[in-house]
Structure formats: structure tokens, C-alpha cells
Design a protein. Sequence first.
Length: 257
Amino acid sequence: MKAGALMELQENLKTLNLSAMARNMEGFVRQARETGIGYDEFIFNLTVSELQARSESRLNRRIREAKFPLIKPLETFDLAAVPELDLRLFRELTGESYIKEHRNVIFLGKSGAGKTHMATALGLEACKNNFRTRFVTCYGLVNELIEARQERTLQRLIQRYVRYDLLILDELGYVPFSREGSELLFQVLAERHEKGSVMITTNLGFADWTQIFGDQVMTGALLDRLTHRAHIINCPWDSYRLKQSLKEKRKHAGKEK
Ligand code: ADP
Ligand code: MG
């Protein structure tokens, strides 16, 4: 093929939104000549490269849209450090079924136990499974909702939060909400009920949730919805970093003897 025609072919592929094929074409042509593969295999390889590039960019988009504060994949979570963790359940949550069935997940434990890390890791797995995922702190979400109400865009924002397949609400319990804040958060969770999964991390036992939401009746209604079809993951162990530094100290003390 002449250089001009080759360029036109490349343009055609781009017009057809086959940008990876356009990008890879020349290399694949060269390779096909060298190896002598047939036309069918050649076009097959090109389509595979296009599909791979698309699924990669889709994953990147999912991760970008999820707005994780830090990218902490599953592989970076040390399971040996948390022998009390229900591994069977944790593994199940790396899959699709709980999101497809709109089940919720609540991580309950002390500060530093690794709740945010686990929620992020599971959120990344959800992105890999092509679920629309969003990570936000409770405090951040409440502020967004209050602002949206002031700007009269509340309904639109709530609808956006309802559409995510998995909504991760980090750090429930550190900051109590105003009455308005509680009501707005309640509204989001009520609207999502049985439409999508919610994953919450909290340091508070359920009995103490009224302190955060203020109103006892509303807290009851909220807990009723959230805990219905929910996996509760207890993380009663001490802070990971604390355990690590104690281990270090013990190691040094051992050396000094
Ligand atoms: P929490 O949200 O429960 O307060 P984090 O998830 O923020 O705790 O964990 C505190 C720090 O310890 C983070 O830097 C986190 O990556 C790390 N960490 C906690 N548990 C583990 C673990 N099992 N393996 C590796 N790092 C961990
Ligand atoms: Mg945390």
C-alpha cells in the first residue's frame, strides 16, 4: 500500500473511533509480513488490541470518576496482619454479586484498623468489574449536599448519587452533622435503598449512631434500611501502624539484649 493510502486508512480507522487499531496498524502490518500470518489472524489481532485499549481506558475512567483519595489496591493490603478478618466474606466482596444484588457493607472498627484501605481496595475491584463507583467522606458528601441545596441543584446531585452502583461513604462518626446535614444524608441513603450498594466505614457502634444523626427516629429508620441486606465487617483489632511500630520496637529491644 502506498504511504498516502496508508495514511488514509489510518484516518478512516480514527473516524470509526478505532484509535488503537489506527495506532497499532503499522506495527501489526510489519509483524504480519515477518511472521506470515493470514489476513484473518491479522484483523483478529487488531481487534483484540482495540478491545484491550478500550477496557483499559474504561477502567481508568471508572477509577478517575470514583475519586479515591489514594489508590490502594488489594495487593497492598496485608491480610496476615489482620487474622480476625472474615476472609471468606472479604473475598466475596471483591466480586460482583453483592453489587448486583444491592447489598450494603459496613466496616466497623477503631481508627487505623485499615477500614479506608479495605474500602478503597474493594472500590478498585468494583471499578475493574465495571461498576460506577464513588468514594466520598460522609463529611464531604454532607457539605456537597448543603451547598447544592443553597444553589438549588439538590435534586440533580441526589440523582447523581443514586446512580452509582457502589457508593463508599468513609468516616461516619468522626464529625456529627447538623440537622440539615443528617436529613440530606438520610435522603440520599433512602433514595439508594434497594437500588444500589452502599459501603460505610465507621468507628461507631450502631447504638451510637443517634449521636451523629441527632434524631432518634431518623437514625432508626436509616439503620433499618442500611442494615437490611448488609454485610457487617467487624474490625476489632488495633491500629495497623501502632501494631507495626510496636513490632519494630520489640525487634530492636530483642537485639539490644
Ligand atoms: P482506618 O480507615 O480504619 O482509620 P486506614 O485504612 O486509614 O484506617 O489505615 C491506616 C494506615 O494503615 C493506612 O496507611 C493504611 O494503608 C495502613 N494499613 C492498615 N491496615 C493495613 C494492612 N492490613 N495492610 C497494609 N496497610 C494497612
Ligand atoms: Mg479511615
